[in-house]
Design a binder for this molecule. Structure first.
Ligand SMILES: [Zn+2]
Length: 474
């Protein structure tokens, strides 16, 4: 009886004959936003009205699985390259040199291009090479040069940057709006360092973390308001992601301290990188690999020890020359100390990405996305192909598959008018509601007369969003 609107997904053929760097524009602009360390369930014990509205207006994944090891720079680079960490080679937040023991912290490493530029290009370089204009504001990897190219517009944080300042967040949002409106950028990657910092300092279950999630939520609302103010709502897709989750650190007598493990000696090592959360790397001296491995394997019930080639395949963390011969990581909550208990964070990440507390978020809204859709979990390696599709650029080789995410996208004829759910309500001769049907994915309101049936006197078609639907009480 009823004519239902079918959802048929079609995709534009990717242009491959564009001359290098000839200016062209993406079908829609794209803003990629990262809220570092936003665990998948952080919105479940805090009121997040703005994120809830965004869910209704767009797409939400139940959760997203980060790459391993689940720390900031490696996981962000997976998001913008579509490559597992063993493929892109940014294996740690810290640049390190096993020969001279040079180790650089997170922010210093942002400026060391050889650490980032291993032949895998972030999406902003690929987009620029295909004629688009891009920007990065504090985004990990945004301060490096790739094959001699840098992102068109960038902001880089200073060494003592305060990542929690809400007023500065708003200034950064205005910078991004200016980039989109006055500089006509097609793609911007925008990074916020929270709620990671409070999650580390106070723990993921703390009031401080909950307060910061409220701040994040306010910022989501603010960003969407500013997008509307600048007339970008129908031109701009927004994807909100994070790099990893957070779990409570276990304190007590069973903490992992390598020095206390019998038969293990730091004298057998040429290099080590530990005291950095739950994951660590060891390079034994020549001829000492087996001794060190045997000393550590099974030595502590909360410590996983692998020769790099034996790291579980699902973690994709074996096949890179930068990965030292021994890879260590703690069971959930257990960090690895070297000589003494040196780490005092109440929250940590870096654990096995199978651990639910390491899972993170994926949200999206904009003219290309369906509304009110919740999708099954997927890996963060999938985001890159989706972003390339949204920007209309040809992706570099990657480890994802657009098939995983394309069900989030509207069909072409829905993009122009916007997808609106309608409710068809059927009334009997006494004006009592007798039946209703949700007509999803309609580009415009169906004509009630075309749907009329002799059984009904009154027939009404009501435009609604999924949030507006009040299911009838029978
Ligand atoms: Zn992070």
């Amino acid at each position: 009886m009823l004519t239902f609107c079918a959802v048929i997904l079609t995709f534009l053929a990717l242009g491959s004959s564009i001359p290098l760097q000839a200016r062209r524009k993406a079908p829609h602009k794209l803003l990629l936003i990262s809220f570092d360390g936003f665990r998948w369930d952080y919105d479940q014990d805090v009121d997040t009205p703005n994120m809830d509205i965004m869910n209704n207006d767009g797409v939400k994944a139940k959760y997203m699985t980060p790459a391993f090891i689940s720390i900031t720079s490696p996981c962000h680079f997976t998001l913008v390259t579509g490559r597992y960490i063993e493929k892109h080679g940014v294996i740690h937040n810290m640049y390190f040199n096993v020969t001279n023991w040079q180790k650089e912290n997170y922010l210093s490493t942002q400026g060391i291009s050889p650490w980032w530029d291993n032949g895998t290009l972030p999406i902003w370089i690929t987009a620029q090479r295909q004629g688009l204009k891009t920007g990065s504001l504090f985004f990990p990897g945004g301060n490096a040069t790739y094959g001699g190219e840098t992102v068109n517009f960038k902001r880089v944080e200073g060494r003592l940057h305060n990542y929690s300042n809400e007023a500065e967040w708003k200034q950064n949002v205005e910078t991004v709006m200016t980039w989109f409106t006055e500089e006509d950028l097609d793609f911007v990657a925008l990074y916020f360092g929270e709620p990671d910092s409070v999650g580390h300092k106070y723990g993921p279950e703390s009031q401080e973390r909950k307060d910061m999630v409220r701040q994040v939520d306010r910022m989501v609302g603010h960003i969407r308001n500013r997008v509307k103010h600048h007339g970008l709502e129908s031109k701009l897709n927004i994807i909100i992601i994070a790099d990893h989750g957070m779990t409570k650190v276990q304190k007590g007598s069973d903490e992992i301290v390598l020095k206390d493990i019998p038969d293990f000696s730091f004298n057998d090592l040429q290099f080590h990188l530990v005291d950095y959360g739950p994951a660590g790397f060891l390079l034994p001296k020549e001829g000492k690999l087996e001794k060190v491995y045997q000393a550590l394997k099974g030595a502590h019930p909360k410590l996983n020890v692998y020769k790099k080639e034996d790291v579980p395949k699902r973690l994709h963390f074996s096949n890179n020359a930068r990965i030292p011969p021994l890879v260590l990581y703690g069971e959930p909550g257990y960090v690895i100390h070297s000589y003494m208990k040196f780490q005092f964070n109440k929250g940590e990440h870096g654990f096995d990405n199978d651990v639910m507390d390491m899972k993170t978020i994926f949200r999206a809204v904009g003219p290309s996305f369906k509304k009110g859709l919740i999708v099954e979990p997927f890996e963060s390696v999938q985001v890159y192909a989706l972003m390339c599709e949204l920007l209309g650029i040809t992706p570099e080789p990657h480890d994802g598959d657009l098939e995983v995410t394309k069900n989030m996208l509207l069909m072409d004829n829905e993009k122009d008018t916007g997808l609106v759910p309608y409710m068809l309500m059927l009334f009997n001769k006494k004006n009592a509601l007798t039946s209703w049907t949700l007509l999803s994915s309609c580009a415009k309101a169906p004509d009630p007369c075309s749907l009329a049936d002799e059984k009904y006197d009154v027939l009404s078609v009501v435009m609604c969003t999924t949030a507006d639907i009040h299911w009838p009480q029978w």
